[in-house]
Design a binder for this molecule. Sequence first.
Ligand SMILES: [Mn+2]
Length: 297
Amino acid sequence: MDESFRGLLTKDIHKSKVILTGIPFDNNASVGKGAALAPQRLRELSSHLPPLTRAGEDISSCKIYDSGDICYQNEDYEAYFAKIEKQVQPYLALDKLNLFIGGDHSIAIPLQKAFLKEAKRRNKKAGIIHIDAHPDICDIYENNKYSHACPIKRAIDEGFDKKDIVLIGMRGFELQEVKYFKDHPELDVYSSSFIQENGINPVVEKIKEKFTDEYMIYLSYDIDVNDPAYAPGTGTPEAFGLNSLDVLHILEHIFKICNVSAMDLVEIAPPLDCNDITSWLGLKTVYELFHILNQKE
Ligand SMILES: [Mn+2]
């Protein structure tokens, strides 16, 4: 196997624009498992990928520092998440894009906690843009408060302001989540049907208006926001989703508008995939975003 991230890797963290960390953990996925294998599979596939965008733009000046994986060693979830939080904290303190490859969505729990701490240290407001078929705002799911159905609720418990959270692509809910939205209209929630009917512009305008320069953004990208036709390799496929170009365009706008200092890419499950379609989608999407990063300088 050739080198991963062809032409993009650097061993010098200070020369990097992106710090990549794998979090191979899927114990908190409720239906299909397999997301723990995504960091390895994406690295493998990346060795076949030239450093170019879909328009042929050269992204090779976007250097990536690969910090490796934070592995689960059968400790309890609280201890594992504390370990993640501790290990990523110094990376978040650097002025880079931190890209975390999961893993199921529960890995966002310690990441968002560490991110909030870093935002406070920088005297910035912390926002979350959650792009997913599911709101993940359950207080507890299958008796597990660390379930992949809970990270947005945990983020609110940690101190994120509800009005600083935007949920995009929603279409699969639990009853308790529908009730939570009724009780908390300050949360911005965009369904996949809304985007299908109105296009992405109203969402982009809202993000522009809400997330001014005083914010730093945690962007959470669950691959299942894409329709299962585009992303079949995921544990909780949800019908009636967005097409992959609409999702990419939303992400590109977010990168242009906001200071995205941390991003996760979660719920890609290679064992459930078909010809690596879903892994390729995730990988090629982040390459497009690296190009936006290059343009921002
Ligand atoms: Mn989801």
